[in-house]
Design a protein around this ligand. Structure first.
Ligand code: ZN
Length: 448
């Protein structure tokens, strides 16, 4: 065998081996007369998923599927100085494939006692870019998939000491549900809310992107990843046995528990709206006015203000960091009492303003949250006009300004709306009683 690269004859040998195992165990093919789901990648390379089914016994729930997948392909071989170096991919992912076959054997015993239908899928062409799982995801009635699981790299329990279940937050009460499942005495589980690593793409991804609850089950990146040393002699077979045993209980629970529902939450990695990094455009309209800090004077009358520009947002769970880059145009009236004059003095300023806020998010639905923002800003005034005349930056006003800002808002998917208060800490005018600017804006932003 020269590895199991998608499209190679060695890959086909492995595919037939899995089919033979399914047949021997008595797993029915998902399609009328074949386990193969054929598809092509790149320029006509023939690939195939292998799909067996254990039909559910409940007249309604049998139309819902629990998909248990493991990719059986790997990266094949390479020629180094005219000699063949084979990448056997024992952990990645012969281990998951072996667990899948073992699981099939154990589930066969439970046939007739499972309410939902269980699909056992050996995915092809994962290493090339998740092509097998992408293909199945486009061919299935997505709403009927109750859960999709990828067992990818499960052969190193002895080293990892834990079996990771990544993505429990995509299932309603997922963590509780999973922790209630019977497991072998020596198996330790570690649940993680989401799959987060950008390096760890596995077959869950095409399903997760369609909002199907998904779990990546793995002993982690403990093997010599994508190296020829990832070989059979390093696999922890006892651990692999424990994992298969646990998976049989796991499938039984998920196939029979009528409360299994999606949580509506997705990993930021699978969800464009809720990405770790976002950017977009923002527009603000509002009003600004001048305030006296220490005096009996009334504050000046407010006038129109607006701003617009770009924002970036870095999301870390319920906290986000949001820098903005804005053009800002503000007008305000001087308190007329200062001048003992009834003619109002109007000032207009144009500035580049750079706010930076920390947002505290309270999520009420997937990608939808209320937030409170606190932060500061720097403003560079590049033009100021008083009653129609340019003001002199060396004598009358300042270029550099800074202040604090607070906001309250709501974000629904890509759109957010908020109210922002920007309070300047630096004075507006030279040679004058200290007056500071305060602006209130209604903001709308759209993230791409
Ligand atoms: Zn893999």
């Amino acid at each position: 065998m020269r590895g199991r690269n998608a499209g190679s004859k060695e890959n086909l040998v492995a595919a037939h081996y899995i089919v033979n195992q399914f047949q021997e165990i008595g797993i029915k093919p998902f399609f009328d007369s074949t386990y193969f789901q054929n598809f092509r990648i790149f320029t006509n390379v023939a690939c195939r998923n292998i799909i067996g089914i254990i039909e559910g016994n409940d007249s309604l729930l049998k139309n819902e599927y629990i998909i248990i997948g493991a990719h059986f392909d790997h990266i094949g071989y390479k020629l180094v100085d005219d000699s063949v170096v084979v990448y056997n991919g024992a952990d990645d992912n012969a281990s998951g494939t072996a667990a899948l076959i073992e699981l099939a054997r154990m589930l066969k015993e439970k046939e007739g006692h499972l309410k939902r239908s269980v699909l056992l899928v050996a995915f092809d062409a994962e290493e090339q870019g998740l092509y097998g799982s992408k293909h199945l995801a486009t061919q299935m009635p997505i709403k009927n998939i109750a859960l999709m699981v990828s067992m990818d790299m499960v052969g190193y329990f002895k080293k990892s000491k834990k079996l990771y279940l990544k993505g429990v937050a995509t299932i309603k009460n997922g963590k509780k549900l999973i922790e209630s499942i019977e497991k072998p005495e020596h198996l330790k589980l570690q649940t993680e809310r989401f799959e987060l690593s950008v390096w760890g793409a596995t077959d869950t991804e095409p399903f997760a992107k369609l909002k199907v609850p998904t779990l990546h089950i793995t002993t982690g990146l403990k093997s010599p990843y994508h190296k020829p040393e990832d070989d059979a002699d390093r696999i922890d077979y006892i651990g692999l046995g424990l994992i298969s045993e646990f998976m049989a209980h796991f499938v039984e629970e998920f196939a029979n528990n009528e409360k299994v529902k999606p949580s509506g939450k997705l990993s930021p990695k699978h969800d464009k709206d809720n990405a770790l990094f976002q950017w977009g455009v923002v527009a603000n309209i509002g009003e600004s006015s001048l305030l006296y800090s220490k005096s009996a004077f009334r504050s000046g009358k407010s006038s129109f203000a607006f701003a617009g520009g770009m924002f970036m947002q870095f999301n870390f769970n319920f906290i986000a960091l949001r820098p903005e880059f804005l053009y800002e145009n503000k007008s305000f009236y001087f308190p007329s009492t200062l001048h003992y004059s009834s003619d109002p003095v109007k000032i207009n300023t144009q500035a580049i303003t750079l706010p930076l806020s920390v947002l505290l998010k309270l999520e009420f639905y997937s990608n939808s949250y209320f937030y409170l923002g606190l932060g500061g800003y720097y403003s560079y005034y590049f033009q100021a006009v008083k009653n129609g005349k340019f003001m002199d930056f060396s004598n009358e006003t300042y270029h550099h300004h800074a202040g604090i800002q607070g906001s309250i808002g709501i974000n629904i998917h890509q759109i957010s709306m908020s109210a922002v208060l920007r309070n300047e800490l630096t004075p507006v005018l030279k040679h004058s009683p200290i007056v500071r600017d305060r602006a209130i804006f209604l903001c709308v932003s759209y993230s791409f």
